[in-house]
Design a protein around this ligand. Structure first.
Ligand SMILES: [Zn+2]
Length: 212
């Protein structure tokens, strides 16, 4: 569902660019809104959310999909925790559909899906592990890395019930906006994947904008 935001850039609390292959790990306070902008189009932002109060309380794809009765995320979707409490709500979306089934890229899955030689290529899971290691204040380890959201990624479900990584439906400047319902740790890997069309074989930056 396409819903444009009424928020003005001039009122934003912060704006920053996240290059492809980098991570972002910061707190979004309850009531604040985060906009993720697909600056150049066809990028994939692989995102995890955790409760600041207790990082074992985290975004749950299963609870979110079951509660909304839809496998895709868009405006109006409420992202649920593994305790089935509302964590964030998607309040605006100009892309229209986001994936939470496909999972993040990892060096292991790259070797299975593409080639043994891909073992050394940078993957989202590496960026998350680096983030967790470099931000000890959150008290998280690699055990906390679970199933995620792939914003802007097009992963259609086939009639047989399979998944395909298809060319993107996003475009330059499209965005998704999330309002936090609790204090959350936002952990983003801006995907460096070069083997499937999730980012048009050309990883590009995303922009992160926060409003109070
Ligand atoms: Zn990735």
């Amino acid at each position: 569902m396409i819903v444009e935001s009424q928020k003005q850039l001039a009122d934003a609390l912060s704006r920053e660019k996240l290059p492809a292959g980098d991570y972002y790990m910061k707190v979004l306070k309850a009531g604040q809104t985060l906009r993720i902008v697909d600056s150049e189009g066809n990028q994939a932002a692989d995102v995890l959310f955790y409760s600041v109060a207790d990082p074992t309380v985290r975004y749950s794809a299963m609870d979110t999909i079951r509660e909304q009765g839809n496998v895709f995320l868009t405006a109006g979707s409420t992202l649920m925790t593994n305790e089935c409490d509302p964590m964030l709500e998607i309040v605006a979306d100009t892309c229209g559909r986001h994936d939470t089934l496909g999972g993040a890229c990892a060096t292991e899955s790259n070797t299975v899906r593409y080639d043994l030689e891909k073992r050394t290529m940078h993957a989202c899971r590496d960026s998350w592990m680096k983030a967790v290691a470099e931000n000890e204040e959150f008290g998280m380890t690699k055990r906390d890395i679970t199933h995620n959201i792939n914003f802007f990624m097009n992963v259609p479900v086939t009639e047989e019930g399979g998944l395909t990584f298809a060319d993107g439906i996003s475009a330059p400047g499209k965005y998704v906006e999330l309002e936090a319902k609790m204090d959350v740790i936002v952990l983003i890997s801006n995907c460096p994947q070069l083997n499937n069309p999730c980012n048009a074989y050309n990883p590009t930056p995303v922009e992160l904008i926060i409003w109070d």
